[in-house]
Design a protein around this ligand. Sequence first.
Ligand code: AMP
Length: 385
Amino acid sequence: MKKVLVLGAGQLARMMQLAGTPLNLDVKALDVLSNKVVNPISPEYIYGDLKAGILNADVITAEFEHVAHDILAECEQSGKLFPTSAAIKIGGDRRLEKALLESCNTANAKHYFVHSKADFDKAISHLSLPIIFKSALEGYDGKGQWRLKIAADAEAIWQEMADFMKASTTTVKQGIVAEQMVPFDREVSLVGVRRVNGDVAVYPLTENHHTDGMLSVSVANPVNTVLQEQAVSVFKAIADKLNYVGVLAIEFFQVGNQLLVNEIAPRVHNSGHWTQQGADTCQFENHLRAICDLPLGSTALIRPTAMVNIIGEDTVPNEVFAVPSASVHWYNKGKRVGRKMGHINVSGDNELQLAQRLQSLADILCNKAFPDLSGFAKDYLAKQK
Ligand code: AMP
């Protein structure tokens, strides 16, 4: 039985454990705040601290990119960490991420780094409105972002960002990335996996819908080959450059037939949760296979599948269970406004059937916990008819 330690004890570690159990993998997780190694499904069971966790593990991985650098260094020293700390850090710092994209010649939004008022003025003069400003560190789910739509707001936004940078307590210097707003047609992501020997397997592109910067709905359909090929070549360029091992997600803006990279996530990803029901092998199992150096599983789409996030609610009406193929996944987290509490996967034999089932879910579920679902279900159903 191989022993895996996951840095971070949230829902992604939990789903890794659920996927690893049939393979006889022993998955434990480090709660980085308390420095306790826990069972990610039953966190009341504690197995020691980071040092003990490293000693006991055969393989170490991460479920989030904002892991403290000293923890990453200690894990890397053991020779057990996959992917590398460099890859994890890139996901946690938008400046490193942009540098990686440039070094791989990957199309992405025009951008400037901002650390001073002079940088800010330069960014504004070289970009056109609207501009989005993103904190370089600790940004996720649309947090730490400012949107400048009219020139008159520039001074106020600069003040907010300057205060934000000043208040930062990060060990690495906080900064801002100013980015051209892209008038995209859709947001899509590619989740793929790479093994130590360089083998790669990728899932079909997933269409993503966000509400206030947070993912609300993802749908996986049979793919558009032109876009899929573009996305796969970006994936290979980045994964090879990083000598990457494990699941890597790449989020894109689609503009016409071109994909621009928005960001990368060096881990299993929310937009890949549909693979639990919709793919031959789910992303969690494939991540474990890759880091344990096992052959990768097929990433083929079984049938059109969607995932809807449950945000800020800890119950759903029982009628949800009566929608054919609907599958509810709770994360066992304390209820909090705006928090990802779980998700529902739903599939159809074809896109029309999936659209009808999404509409059934939208009719049952409240808008608050499922922002975007009813609008999305209605549009998606209309497209199929
Ligand atoms: P991020 O945290 O970078 O993924 O940003 C959160 C969301 O903000 C994205 O999913 C997009 O919906 C939107 N967004 C971020 N950057 C841009 C951009 N350059 N152009 C247009 N929309 C953006």
